[in-house]
Design a protein around this ligand. Sequence first.
Ligand SMILES: *[C@@H]1O[C@H](CO)[C@@H](O)[C@H](O)[C@H]1NC(C)=O
Ligand SMILES: *[C@@H]1O[C@H](CO)[C@@H](O)[C@H](O)[C@H]1NC(C)=O
Ligand SMILES: *[C@@H]1O[C@H](CO)[C@@H](O)[C@H](O)[C@H]1NC(C)=O
Ligand SMILES: *[C@@H]1O[C@H](CO)[C@@H](O)[C@H](O)[C@H]1NC(C)=O
Length: 333
Amino acid sequence: MTSLLTILLLVALTFTPVFSELCNPQDKKALLQFKKDLGNPTTLSSWIPTTDCCNKTWQGVLCDTDTKTYRVNNLDLTNLKLPKPYPIPSSIGNLPYLDFLYIGSTPNLVGVIPPAIGNLTKLHYLYITHTNISGEIPDFLSQITTLVTLDFSYNALSGTLPASLSKLPNLVGITFDGNRISGAIPDSYGSFSNLFTSMTLSRNSLSGRIPGTLAKLNLAFVDLSRNMLEGDASVLFGSEKNTQKIVLAKNALAFDLGKVGLSENLNGLDLRNNRIYGTLPQGLTKLKYLKTFNVSYNKLCGQIPQGGNLQRFDAYAYANNKCLCGSPLPACN
Ligand SMILES: *[C@@H]1O[C@H](CO)[C@@H](O)[C@H](O)[C@H]1NC(C)=O
Ligand SMILES: *[C@@H]1O[C@H](CO)[C@@H](O)[C@H](O)[C@H]1NC(C)=O
Ligand SMILES: *[C@@H]1O[C@H](CO)[C@@H](O)[C@H](O)[C@H]1NC(C)=O
Ligand SMILES: *[C@@H]1O[C@H](CO)[C@@H](O)[C@H](O)[C@H]1NC(C)=O
């Protein structure tokens, strides 16, 4: 009896085609469901059920070869030519080992950021850019404690900024430019961890004052341009900081520029089209790396400090202020 079973087993093994694949069956199932939920776009035609999803023939799919678990950890999807509008499929939540998720340049991607994303508890990098996803940036993102960067630039997101994001212990930056986000920058954004160095919120409808709590941040890069922010922005400056670029153009900011401290690493300062007053700080002449600079269309006054890189910028960088004078503008009287 036992020998008969053994023989049957051997026969069965001999005639079973040896198809050993690295792709985890649950991951494959989730990917194929994801493809189906997006209307089987031709851009995903390489996702074929009979092939190994880990063998790099599946467009935009990578598996974890480092740990040799071969779980799908990287989904890099751009220009998905969706036949008609589809939301982000909740089947994405069944790829629990995702570390990197990028979906870009897909105008027919609509609807909200699905709660299923909250299932991706190993996610470090989340990029959804140049799509038509809408609704608010969800609060549940603050539960994905692994998150390092969040980029939702150029979508149709609205509502207010979720205050809870500042709880993310590993977050290095947020990039939410080119949406319809409104309301004020939350006070809590001053309590991002000290890893947090990059904040891009330009081209939205943010209003109100920049919270004083942001003084605690040490941002290398900050872009709040093209919003409706008002009042004081001096908290973003400071000689003790490592700030490289400050872009605040096209808001309604009003503060005394003469009183701000300047990071010696500053290479870009764009303050054009605000209501900034006072004088240009003498310290600007000491900035060795300053290469983009524009303070035009403000209410600045007094002599432009002479020296450093300041005379390398043309008159248009200083034009339309209250009473700035001296090179490259006409001499002071
Ligand atoms: C990957 O899949 C393709 C398509 O089925 C196949 O031709 C190729 O041999 C496979 N490569 C590896 C390394 O398994
Ligand atoms: C979230 O993960 C659980 C367990 O891994 C799974 O059963 C469930 O279907 C997932 N939910 C969504 C919305 O993806
Ligand atoms: C959003 O949809 C509109 C209309 O279909 C389209 O013109 C636009 O390019 C889309 N936006 C993005 C960022 O893809
Ligand atoms: C500065 O900004 C003004 C106003 O937007 C613009 O006309 C000018 O070209 C800019 N100059 C430089 C040097 O960037």
